[in-house]
Write a protein that binds this ligand. Structure first.
Ligand SMILES: C[S@@+](CC[C@H](N)C(=O)[O-])C[C@H]1O[C@@H](n2cnc3c(N)ncnc32)[C@H](O)[C@@H]1O
Length: 194
């Protein structure tokens, strides 16, 4: 792969300097994810949100900025979801779970290696291969497979949701039957007039 101008990550090397336009872009990511999750969780009857966040050009994940170090988009996305989860946990008496999957794609093997190492050092190592997927590929090539996996997950979630609704309905029916049988054995009036 030919070397492109711009950001470059290599394990043990210097961090790339973050451009000020990218600082603005990162602020937009943070605010966008927070606003998006807030919109999707307005319904107080909902107890969970399934979400897949794809960073198709994820880079190595860490930069220099005016003499300090700052996180790139992958860690910012993880942190934005954590903040949203904390907000929802505090606000919802019945609890709320954001079930988020993250897909980080980059076609540069050095950048992927750097990001994997960074995620491990930041305590996310056990998540890799579970709710965090790291893919070394061009976004264009990875995209169809990633979308297919999301669609399969959505079908599985829909199936397990309809199964849990069926189980809940059965539970309500069983409890009603049990209640009715118990009422009849106590000689309570038959509510159905039978
Ligand atoms: C500006 S850097 C990383 C930006 C990162 N999203 C952030 O905000 O911290 C862009 C990255 O895109 C990767 N890249 C460029 N073309 C790509 C492609 N077609 N598919 C996947 N990654 C690509 C580069 O290797 C580089 O790591």
């Amino acid at each position: 792969m030919g070397k492109r101008p711009g950001y470059d990550w290599i394990l043990g090397g210097d961090l790339p300097e973050l451009g000020h336009h990218s600082v603005a872009k990162h602020e937009v990511f943070d605010r966008y994810i927070a606003a998006y999750i807030r919109t999707l969780t307005r319904n107080h009857l909902k107890r969970a949100l399934n979400l897949t966040i794809i960073d198709g050009f994820c880079g190595g994940g860490r930069y220099s900025l005016d003499g300090t170090e700052v996180d790139g988009s992958p860690l910012r996305m993880l942190a934005a979801v954590e903040r949203a989860q904390a907000e929802l946990s505090a606000a919802r008496a019945m609890g709320f779970e954001i079930k988020a999957d993250f897909v980080f794609i980059d076609d540069n093997p050095n950048h992927i290696e750097f990001l994997r190492d960074l995620l491990q050092r930041r305590g996310h190592g056990s998540r890799i291969g579970h709710d965090i997927r790291i893919i070394r590929s061009t976004f264009e090539n990875a995209y169809p497979t990633v979308i297919e996996a999301i669609q399969k997950r959505a079908v599985l979630i829909a199936r397990s949701f309809s199964r849990s609704v069926r189980l809940e309905r059965r539970d309500v029916r069983d409890r009603a039957e049990h209640h009715e049988a118990a009422g009849q054995s106590r000689g309570d009036p038959d509510l159905h007039g039978r």
